[in-house]
Ligand binder design. Sequence first.
Ligand SMILES: *Cc1c(COP(=O)(O)O)cnc(C)c1O
Length: 355
Amino acid sequence: MKHNFGAGPCILPQEVFKQSADAVIDFNGLSILEISHRSADFVSVMEEARSLVKKALGVPDGYTVLFLQGGATLGFTIAALNMMRDSKKAGYINTGTWAKNAISEAKAVGINVNVFASSEDQNFNYIPKGYQIPSDADFIHYTSNNTIFGTQFHDIPETSLPLVCDMSSDIFSKPVDVSKYDMIYAGAQKNLGPAGATLFIVKDEVLGKSTSSFLPKYLNLQKHAEKDSMMNTPPVFSVYTSMLNLRYLMENGGVQGAAERNAAKANALYHEIDTNPLFKGSASKEDRSLMNVTFLLTDESIKEEFDRMWNEAEIVGLKGHRSVGGYRASMYNALPLSSVNVLLDVMKEFSRVKG
Ligand SMILES: *Cc1c(COP(=O)(O)O)cnc(C)c1O
């Protein structure tokens, strides 16, 4: 069995993989892949998936949950188009690659973007603080967890303007106060399920208010809401597996249980990084991500030896993103503490032989 520290697509519980695989062969006598998405069987899958999202996150009344396609990447465009109002201005926080992509897609649809806070000056190794949120904007957008740079917002930005968040890589990892947001979106494949579905949680009062002169039907969340997330063929396999994973989450303490397990994993790894002289963290301590832990060797010349050791321990997906270098241990909900302990053992052994 390998230990998957990959940044996405994510590890899912073995039990979920098993149930999902079974359904590919036999889901009430047909494959989940061949049944009509209009059949009662699939309609009930979609309804359960949507209602489990509400249950897991405590989504208040007045919000709609949708499973669409296109990934968080199309989410950048969908968010901008659906939140656009008369001013056609928006405030964005730039905390890394994904935030930058969100900014450029908002610009592409004609939004006048004010990047009022950024950590680009230090290669995104911290979360900006003490910024002034603009008051003349249709909405404010940020990225809750920076998958590549290993930083995470531990507080929600304070604003009275509509708040939009790309939560692709930390949704369902901890409780979240959904009532603070007008829109949350997330690609499924970081912590929810297989690639293919993109989750939107949107306040009903947002729907149908876009001032964009260009709003194709698929990009209009109101159209999806009217059709209960079944306007066209949904990504059935991804929705089904996400539903299984949400069931599993609810049977295992919900997001509060996940938060406790995730904190234990992250604390153990950060402790090792901070106490082992051969390693150092790359993100500012107070802004460290509990999902994606980025770290570097203090001496790059012994890299080959470390790489050999973790590869031999059956660890995969530990290589850092090219824009940060070093290593990145992604520890999504389904990664067990036992896998983290394997990595800790390798780091300790490495320092014993090299330190
Ligand atoms: C991976 C990721 C994306 C891109 O997601 P796709 O579904 O591949 O388009 C966007 N935002 C964040 C924070 C991510 O981690």
